[in-house]
Design a protein around this ligand. Structure first.
Ligand SMILES: [Fe+2]
Length: 232
């Protein structure tokens, strides 16, 4: 399976995943670029799908569907299907509610596409209001092997590293993360997130001094995470 990342709007990221002659567009807001890439590489767009139903992820759907014979599958349909087949390969779909209740994550090879659930360097807003369910979804993502590559739907790396530096100024891993950043191909690994992203480092004692200032319960991983989300 191959993946091509596109940028559109204000740091939004879109993806085309493809195998043989078949492709699926995920949050395909970069319509012109996606159609050009499909044509240049003789790819047939089979599916138009989204990581969740927020307006800034769906603006390309109708034009992509009009310009191809692709089928649209909603997040609910994808969740029920559990996987999507392209040629002889499958992409797993699993629910990761929290940012929104319909948020899903796609996984194939050692890559995951996490939508607005986990970003490179930070996490999404809990628009659903259900923090418990968001925490469980992050747990599912963090259960992947540490070399898993994370593709998200917004490039927030510079902002996220600024926040991480404020919360944990002596973190020796932040400069390496910053150095590896490439705006033409935004990706990190789970291992990098577990060293740098303050919103997934539940057991990292270097954040304890900051957490204690918040005067919130800090007995469980969930409580530690919930405390950090107040400064998100
Ligand atoms: Fe969103």
């Amino acid at each position: 399976m191959k993946l091509k990342q596109f940028r559109y709007g204000d740091g939004n990221l879109a993806y085309l995943i493809y195998k043989g002659g078949s492709a699926a567009a995920i949050d395909g807001g970069a319509v012109e670029e996606i159609l050009g890439f499909l044509k240049k590489n003789s790819l047939r767009l089979e599916y138009v799908i989204n990581t969740h139903d927020h307006w800034d992820h769906t603006p390309g759907n109708s034009l992509l569907l009009k310009s191809s014979k692709a089928k649209f599958l909603s997040t609910a349909e994808l969740t029920a299907l559990k996987f999507l087949v392209l040629e002889d390969s499958s992409i797993s779909v699993f629910p990761t509610p929290g940012h929104t209740m319909d948020s899903i994550t796609f996984s194939f090879d050692d890559w995951i596409i996490t939508g607005d659930t986990l970003f490179n360097g930070t996490v999404g807003n809990c628009y659903s209001g259900n923090y418990e369910i968001y925490f469980k979804s992050l747990g599912r993502i963090l259960n992947f092997p540490v070399n898993t590559r994370i593709f998200a739907e917004h490039d927030l790396v510079n902002y996220a590293l600024g926040v991480a530096e404020n919360l944990d100024p002596n973190n020796p891993h932040i400069p390496a993360y910053r150095k590896s950043y490439n705006s033409d191909f935004v990706v990190s690994t789970l291992e990098m997130e577990l060293k740098v992203n303050p919103f997934v480092r539940f057991n990292d004692t270097s954040l304890d001094a900051f957490r204690e200032k918040l005067k919130m319960p800090l007995d469980t991983d969930y409580e530690k995470w919930r405390a950090m989300m107040t400064v998100h």
